[in-house]
Write a protein of this length. Structure first.
Length: 141
């Protein structure tokens, strides 16, 4: 029974911290790569109306936010989980993937970004997070 609670706590911790990393990067992205002139990025409606103004460079920070949020969340989950660490890390990737699909529906973006984001940012990063957690834990021994 203790193992189940630890694994659920690991999943929740990974999702929360991964979400914080994701949102943190999204929040600072406008300072790193300024939005196009006339784009209102403060609301979903503003983004929907101005997405056509975005150039490929404007999609770099969202991709990094999705990738790094998933990576960090999966790493934490796999590190804390008691058993089936890779499966729990991939669960984080699955939850973030569902969020990515939801975002794609709410905010239509270029097809190339949708493919790169959905294929590269979630499940591969979750698996990498599990591998990194395993490496870190093996060094501790």
């Amino acid at each position: 029974m203790k193992s189940i609670f630890r694994n659920i706590l690991a999943l929740i911790s990974g999702l929360v911290v991964g979400g914080i990393v994701n949102m943190g990067l999204i929040m600072i992205s406008g300072f790193i790569i300024p939005p196009p002139e006339g784009a209102d990025i403060t609301t979903m409606e503003g983004l929907q109306e101005s997405i056509h103004l975005f150039q490929p460079r404007h999609f770099l920070m969202p991709f990094l936010a999705h990738s790094l949020g998933t990576l960090v969340g999966a790493l934490i989950t796999a590190y804390v989980a008691d058993a089936s660490k890779t499966k729990w890390a991939l669960a984080v990737g699955g939850v973030f993937l569902i969020g990515g699909i939801t975002n794609l529906i709410a905010l239509p973006s270029p097809l190339w970004f949708n493919i790169v984001d959905l294929v590269g940012a979630y499940i591969p990063m979750a698996y990498l997070g599990a591998l990194l957690a395993n490496k870190i834990q093996n060094k501790d021994l």
